[in-house]
Design a protein around this ligand. Structure first.
Ligand SMILES: [Zn+2]
Length: 393
């Protein structure tokens, strides 16, 4: 009798793992996917090399390796305040090219992926899958033919509108002129479905979001967004939007940007944003050709960053947890927005080497291994596969 009890005890003790043991086991094979990283502009403007480890910015191969990254989506962003319309396409092509170039240059560590099957194959080969995305529908210059060309170059999702409203989609941070998505915007969504390019509804107005959901046949993503119930700003998503995402089969990928995840930080950031951007623009205009201008730009960003109250990984976990409670663990992931947040990453999530801290955080919050795997990467894989399956070959 006694020996039976002891052996039962031994068996159950083997299954009851400590949080550290769970963490070690998960980290052995978990797929980590980050749906939004903006490094390509640094690669073009500053010859920033993914191959070496940097003490500034937030992504490079050595730090991606430390962070156990499996797949990342690089954003191709061309902001109208920085480039006149005739340079939107050439600039986007340069940003796409630099990712292709560095993927060949560092082919031992990274490879450009075009499909979910590519991601799996690249991962099995021990490398990091790199994917491309287009941030802002204005960059197709209202041409569905150009949209198809971007797809051929590897673009696998497009954010319908960026900070500004474009000719067919209202942004969440600009004037509403189309009452959401125009009829042409709806045609663009249909063409994206047909191609198998995921529709990204981060940055768009609430009405554009609901219009896109009414048209799309495939699940959509919010590639880098947070939740309004935790930080009440228009850039973040309401609970109603999260529930609609669940019905659509899509997911929200949580943004790490300090002013989006913490309201106090936003209250300090919002009134200073224009001042900071003007200071940077003036400094850049005065220092054209000065190789130190990027360092000077980072110094200005850091000065404004230092005005913010403390923001840390717990703020990000709070957004993940709220989204999971409202939308379900099948509909949440991570989209850090690293290198697109002007250095405003929270403490504990300073750069791409810190993804494992989220795994630890989710273990601490009582998440099952299965749910952690979904949030860290499998949800994106499911959505990408669904978009591929529904595409017209
Ligand atoms: Zn963005």
């Amino acid at each position: 009798m006694r020996s039976t009890f002891l052996s039962l005890f031994a068996v159950s003790a083997a299954f009851a793992q400590t949080p550290d043991q769970r963490f070690e086991r998960l980290m052995r094979d978990i797929l980590i996917v980050d749906t939004h990283i903006d490094t390509p502009w640094h690669m073009v403007d500053e010859a920033y090399s993914l191959g070496e480890e940097h003490k500034y910015y937030e992504a490079d191969i050595p730090r991606l390796r430390k962070g156990h990254a499996g797949a990342i989506f690089f954003g191709v962003a061309v902001q109208p305040q920085d480039f006149p319309p005739q340079l939107w396409i050439p600039r986007a092509l340069e940003l796409i090219d630099v990712v292709h170039q560095q993927a060949s240059q560092f082919s031992k560590d990274i490879e450009l992926a075009r499909t979910s099957a590519d991601i799996e194959r690249i991962r099995k080969a021990g490398k990091i899958a790199v994917l491309l995305s287009l941030e802002g529908g204005h960059i197709i210059q209202d041409s569905i033919a150009v949209l198809r060309d971007y797809y051929r170059l590897g673009i696998r999702y497009m954010t319908l509108a960026h900070f500004r409203t474009n000719n067919w989609a209202d942004s969440g941070t600009d004037a509403a002129v189309h009452n959401g998505l125009s009829n042409y915007g709806k045609d663009i969504v249909r063409e994206m479905n047909r191609l198998g390019m995921m529709v990204d509804i981060s940055h768009v107005s609430d009405k554009t979001f609901f219009d896109a959901l009414a048209v799309t046949k495939s699940p959509v993503i919010a590639s880098h967004s947070d939740v309004r119930a935790v930080t009440g700003i228009p850039r973040n998503m309401t609970d109603d939007m999260l529930k609609a995402l669940t019905r659509n089969g899509g997911a929200i990928f949580i943004n790490f940007n300090a002013p989006y995840v913490n309201l106090k930080a936003n209250e300090v950031f919002a009134p200073n944003r224009d001042k900071r951007d003007k200071e940077i623009a003036d400094m850049m205009a005065l220092n054209q050709g000065n190789p130190r201008r990027w360092e000077m730009k980072r110094a200005i960003q850091q000065r404004y960053r230092s005005l913010l109250p403390p923001v840390d990984i717990k703020d990000v976990l709070r957004h993940i947890d709220h989204a999971v409670k409202v939308a379900g663990a099948d509909h949440v992931g991570i989209g850090s927005d690293y290198d697109g947040i002007s250095g405003m990453a929270p403490a504990g999530l300073e750069d791409v080497s810190k993804y494992p801290a989220i795994v630890r955080g989710l273990i601490g919050m009582g998440y099952s291994d299965g749910d952690i795997r979904k949030v860290m990467g499998l949800n994106l894989m499911r959505i990408m596969r669904a978009n591929e399956e529904r595409a017209e070959k």
